[in-house]
Design a protein around this ligand. Structure first.
Ligand SMILES: [Zn+2]
Ligand SMILES: [Zn+2]
Length: 55
């Protein structure tokens, strides 16, 4: 299990109902987290395994 998930864009620990985490849509091996702030700002994330970039 992932005990402490962090936002993949800014590194903030994920907490709060606006935060989401999901598996990389490209490789499906990496769990990507996004905090509420980065969702609002549509910050980009990059999968560390396959290099997929997404909004
Ligand atoms: Zn963030
Ligand atoms: Zn990936």
């Amino acid at each position: 299990m992932f005990s402490e998930e962090k936002c993949s864009s800014c590194g903030t620990p994920l907490k709060g109902e606006k935060s989401v985490s999901f598996l990389c849509p490209s490789c499906g091996n990496i769990r990507i987290g996004r905090c509420g702030l980065c969702r609002d700002q549509s910050a980009r994330y990059t999968c560390p395994e396959c290099g997929f970039m997404g909004p």
